[in-house]
Design a protein around this ligand. Structure first.
Ligand code: AMP
Length: 423
């Protein structure tokens, strides 16, 4: 197989030759013809697979063919969403290099957060043909009317799994709302966790699947458990599990910073190397903790959702939901931290009697029932599992949990309840 057979125009073949790509990589060989044909694509592709050229080459060609001569205002036709500043720079550069010999010149805008917004706004004056951006900053610029997405013909989600890991699900949703409904979508991800799969299937239209024989095969192997327990026995249960299961590392999710401090302190008192991973710790301190966690110097990180975004620890054997997450999406996001990249993992949720209905919604959303367990020595005083089984249906109203954010009042209530409950 070589590049000549993929249907690319000579100017692009010239750019490929200049970069000394001798033969297309597997993802390029499959993606290039599909993208040229205007199809949606869903590809399992790691960094280093040549995925950037796999979407950039055919998109540049399509764009070149569609471009009008002499139009002064450039309209964004291609939007590439990437998780990090580094990747936005890298992808932008690759696209520019591949476009070098094209007769109609293109303008690529590279946008990322963590830097002054003004130069980026200036650069967008007069428009751009291709925008490569991290989601948060793109929304800022859209809010400032610095660009419009209404002419986007192709959306590329690059490293979709990392976008989700870094907590960009909401931002992606808001960006999708601003795009024309009729468009081409290209979706690249190194892993297909349930959350990634859901995002993909929600936005792709009959995609050409690349390296994804059967998506279910790519689902990480996560064993889910749910243990019914009373609030004041949770810390003891956690200590018990850590010792019994001999996890070398475990990520424990709690609802509040207060809980993350309290629980981690109690674990320390029990002789377990634990740290609170929450927004009170500086970025530097958190980075340090992650390094120690990865190096097995910390056994347990007790984290809030917010702080936990972006934690990517290969081979994490277990995740514990000490407090349940507020939404089913957050649940999937949390449990996806274990069982990454083909490794198996365990996700254990502690279920308080009053949270039974909430957990049922979570089960319903993932279409999976997780049997409730009661462990000897940790039997709850009230067995809500029974009541819930017989009396309630998952469709019953539950006070607005269904994937929606709780109101401030709910959060305060939860905070107050949690503070009182931690053992
Ligand atoms: P990517 O997966 O897009 O980050 O690309 C990884 C690296 O592979 C980059 O340095 C590319 O320049 C390089 N590359 C992409 N396609 C090819 C190819 N067909 N042959 C050799 N190297 C390639």
């Amino acid at each position: 197989m070589n590049f000549d057979t993929l249907g690319l125009i000579p100017e692009l073949l010239q750019a490929v030759a200049a970069r000394q790509y001798a033969t297309p990589t597997a993802v390029q060989a499959e993606a290039i013809p599909a993208v040229l044909a205007g199809e949606d694509v869903m590809a399992l592709a790691q960094t280093g697979s040549g995925k950037t050229a796999a979407f950039a080459l055919p998109l540049l060609q399509r764009m070149q063919e569609a471009m009008e001569d002499g139009s002064k205002q450039r309209k964004v036709k291609i939007l590439v969403l990437v998780p990090t500043r580094e990747l936005s720079g890298q992808v932008g550069q690759t696209i520019e290099a591949l476009a070098e010999h094209l007769p109609k010149k293109l303008k690529v805008a590279v946008i990322y957060g963590g830097a002054s917004i003004n130069p980026q706004m200036m650069h967008l004056r007069g428009g751009a043909d291709i925008v490569v951006s991290t989601p948060g900053r793109l929304l800022d610029l859209l809010g400032n009317n610095a660009l419009s997405l209404k002419d986007v013909a192709t959306l590329v989600l690059d490293e979709a799994d990392r976008l989700l890991d870094l907590g960009f699900a909401d931002e992606i949703k808001r960006i999708l709302e601003q795009l024309p409904a009729k468009r081409q979508n290209l979706f690249f991800s190194a892993t297909f966790s349930p959350a990634v799969k859901k995002l993909a299937l929600g936005m792709l239209h009959e995609p050409v699947r690349i390296a994804i024989a059967d998506l279910t095969e790519n689902l990480p192997d996560i064993a889910q458990r749910a243990i019914a327990v009373d609030a004041d026995k949770r810390t003891r249960l956690l200590v018990h599990l850590i010792k019994e299961q001999q996890w070398e590392r475990v990520l424990v999710f709690v609802a509040t910073k207060y809980a993350s401090d309290t629980v981690s302190n109690k674990l320390k008192k029990a002789g377990i190397k634990a740290e609170a991973f929450n927004g009170d710790a500086s970025q530097g301190a958190r980075q340090h903790m992650l390094t120690d966690f990865k190096a097995n110097r910390i056994q347990v990180l007790v984290a809030t959702d917010l702080a936990a975004r972006g934690i990517d620890v290969a081979g994490l054997p277990a995740v514990v939901n000490y407090d349940l997450p507020r939404s089913a999406d957050d649940y999937i996001h949390r449990i996806g931290r274990t069982g990454r990249a083909g490794a198996s993992g365990t996700a254990i949720s502690f279920i308080l009697a009053e949270q039974e209905m909430h957990f049922r919604l979570i089960e319903k959303r993932q279409d999976k029932r997780v049997p409730r367990e009661i462990l000897a020595g940790f039997e709850p005083a009230t067995t809500a599992t029974h009541n819930a089984e017989s009396e309630a249906s998952p469709d019953a109203p539950t006070g607005g949990i269904k994937g929606k954010r709780k109101s401030k009042k709910d959060k305060l209530r939860e905070l107050a309840a949690n503070d009182g409950q931690i053992s």
